[in-house]
Design a binder for this molecule. Structure first.
Ligand SMILES: Cc1cc2nc3c(=O)[nH]c(=O)nc-3n(C[C@H](O)[C@H](O)[C@H](O)COP(=O)(O)OP(=O)(O)OC[C@H]3O[C@@H](n4cnc5c(N)ncnc54)[C@H](O)[C@@H]3O)c2cc1C
Length: 432
C-alpha cells in the first residue's frame, strides 16, 4: 500500500519536470498544487519555455517512464498526430559514417515539445487531486525555523501564501533553490559547470512528397572538425523540424540563405534537397546555451525539510544529446521510490537517488563535450581512452547494427554506459 506523506504538496513550475513530479505526488498527498508563471492555455511555444521552439527528442527511457506514470499516453500522442518511428527509420550519422540500422526495436514518438507538454498537462489536469494555478508567479518560500512550509505567489489578485508539507522547485535552469538556501542560512550546492557554448537555429519545413522516404529522423552528430551538426525530425502536422546546432562558439545562421548553405554543408545531399525544395513554415528561431550545470545537492550536509528540487533546476545538459526531459522523468521516479519509503530524511535519500540516476547521462554528455573541445586540464587520461574506444565503436556501428543498437540503447538511457563494455560489444567493436 502507498503510504500517505501529507496533506498538501506544491510544485513550482509546470514544465516537463514539474508535470511529472505533480503526477507522482498525487500518489502520496491529498492535494497537489502546480504553480506556473505562464498562461497554460497557449498552444505552441510559451515564454517560460523558449526552447520549446527547437527539436526536442524524447529518449526511449523518457517515453517508458511517461508511459509508466500516465498509462496509455503513447497511444494518445500517436492518435493525436505524433509521429511513430522505429530504429530502422532513424538515419544517424556520426563522424561522417552512417550507422547500420537495427531491423526491429521499440517504437519511439516524435513530436514538438509544446505538443508533448500539452498532452502531459491534459493528463495532469484530469487528476482529481491536482489544482493548477497558471499565470501566477512564485515569489519565495515560506519558512518556519529552518523548515520550508509553503510558497508565496503573486497573481492577478495580488500576493498570497500557499502553506504546504512539501514544496518542489521545478522552475528550470533558473530554479531559485540556491538563493533560498543561502537566505535561510544553509550552504549553496557546489556546481559542476562545463562550458559548451552551443547554439541552435531552427526552422519548420514541409518536405516535398516522397522526400527522404523511409526516414523519420536524421541526426548528424557534431563534427569535431567543423563543430557543426543537425537534428531533423518529422513531427505532428506533417512538418519536419530542422534544427542546426553549433558547438564551442560556432553559431548556425538565422539568415534564410545562410541557413540553407549550412544545410548543404552538414546534411546528406538528399536530405539537404528536401529542406531546400520544401515549404519553409515561419521564421528561423535561434537559441544559445553557454554551459551544462549540475548542482550537487547530494553533497550538502544539511538541507531544509519540506523542500526538494527536480529537472533542469538540478542539472541542465548540453541539449544536443536530448537528455533533459528524460532526466526530469528519472527524477520523478526517484521521488516516487523515495516517498514509498516514507518522509524520514526525504531530501537526503532523494538527492542521493537523483545523483545516482544522473551519473550516466552526465558522464555521457560531458564526456562527449570534452572530446569535442580540448578542455585543458579537464581532459583526463580516462576520458581520452574512453573517447578513443567510442570513436572505434562509431566506426563499428557503421557496419554492424548490433553495435549501433548497443550504442543507442545507452544514449537512450535504457542501458547503463557499462553495457558498452560487455564482451560481445567489445568484440564486435574491435574485430573491424
Ligand atoms: C535549445 C534546447 C533544446 C533542447 N532539446 C532537448 C531535447 O531534444 N530533448 C530533451 O529531452 N530535452 C531538451 N532540452 C532540455 C529540456 O528543455 C529541459 O531539460 C526540460 O524542459 C526540463 O524541464 P524542467 O521542467 O525542469 O524546466 P523547464 O521546462 O524550463 O520548465 C520550468 C517551468 O518553470 C516556470 N517558472 C520559472 N520561473 C517561475 C516562477 N518564478 N514562477 C512560476 N513559474 C516559473 C517556467 O515558466 C517553466 O514553465 C533542450 C533545451 C534547450 C535549451
Amino acid at each position: 500500500m502507498t503510504p500517505r506523506a501529507g496533506d498538501h504538496a506544491i510544485v513550482l513550475g509546470a514544465g516537463i519536470g514539474g508535470l511529472l513530479a505533480a503526477r507522482v505526488l498525487t500518489d502520496f498527498y491529498d492535494r497537489v498544487t502546480l504553480v506556473e508563471r505562464d498562461a497554460l492555455a497557449v498552444d505552441g511555444p510559451r515564454k517560460g519555455v523558449p526552447q520549446g521552439f527547437h527539436a526536442h527528442s524524447l529518449l526511449a527511457r523518457g517515453l517508458q517512464i511517461m508511459e509508466e506514470l500516465f498509462p496509455g499516453v503513447t497511444e494518445e500522442l500517436l492518435a493525436a498526430g505524433a509521429v511513430p518511428y522505429a530504429a530502422a527509420q532513424v538515419r544517424m550519422i556520426m563522424g561522417g559514417l552512417e550507422f547500420a540500422r537495427a531491423p526491429a526495436g521499440d517504437i519511439g514518438v516524435s513530436a514538438t515539445r509544446p505538443f508533448l507538454e500539452g498532452h502531459l498537462l491534459r493528463r495532469v489536469r484530469a487528476l482529481d487531486r491536482v489544482a493548477i494555478e497558471d499565470g501566477v508567479q512564485v515569489t519565495g518560500v515560506l519558512t518556519r525555523g529552518d523548515e520550508v512550509v509553503g510558497a508565496s505567489v503573486a497573481g492577478p489578485d495580488g500576493e498570497r501564501e500557499l502553506p504546504a508539507d512539501l514544496v518542489i522547485d521545478a522552475m528550470g535552469r533558473g530554479g531559485r533553490t540556491p538563493a533560498w538556501l543561502e537566505a535561510l542560512g544553509f550552504d549553496r550546492p557546489e556546481e559542476d559547470t562545463i562550458r559548451v557554448e552551443v547554439a541552435y537555429a531552427t526552422r519548420y519545413v514541409r518536405f516535398p512528397d516522397g522526400a527522404v522516404e523511409g526516414d523519420r529522423m536524421v541526426l548528424v552528430g557534431t563534427s569535431p572538425e567543423t563543430l557543426k551538426g543537425a537534428a531533423l525530425c518529422e513531427v505532428e502536422g506533417g512538418r519536419w523540424l530542422v534544427t542546426l546546432g553549433g558547438s564551442a562558439g560556432v553559431r548556425p545562421p538565422a539568415d534564410p540563405e545562410d541557413f540553407l548553405a549550412w544545410v548543404d554543408e552538414v546534411l546528406p545531399p538528399d536530405v539537404a534537397a528536401a529542406v531546400r525544395d520544401g515549404e519553409a513554415l515561419g521564421e528561423i528561431g535561434v537559441a544559445r546555451m553557454p554551459t551544462s550545470v549540475r548542482r550537487r545537492y547530494e553533497r550538502l550536509g544539511r538541507f531544509p525539510k519540506g523542500l526538494l528540487v527536480t529537472g533542469d533546476a538540478i542539472c541542465h545538459f548540453n541539449p544536443i544529446y536530448g537528455q533533459g526531459m528524460s532526466v526530469g522523468a528519472l527524477d520523478a521516479l526517484a521521488l516516487r521510490d523515495c516517498l514509498r519509503e516514507g518522509t524520514r530524511d526525504l531530501a537526503g535519500r532523494y538527492f542521493t537517488a537523483v545523483a545516482k540516476a544522473l551519473d550516466p547521462p552526465w558522464q555521457l554528455s560531458t564526456g562527449a563535450d570534452l572530446a569535442l573541445r580540448e578542455a585543458g586540464n579537464q581532459k583526463t587520461v580516462a576520458s581520452r581512452v574512453l573517447n578513443a574506444y567510442l570513436g572505434r565503436m562509431r566506426r563499428a556501428a557503421a557496419r554492424d547494427w548490433r553495435v549501433a543498437e548497443a550504442f543507442t540503447r545507452v544514449t537512450g538511457l535504457i542501458d547503463p554506459p557499462s553495457a558498452l563494455a560487455r564482451p560481445a560489444v567489445i568484440w564486435r567493436t574491435l574485430r573491424g
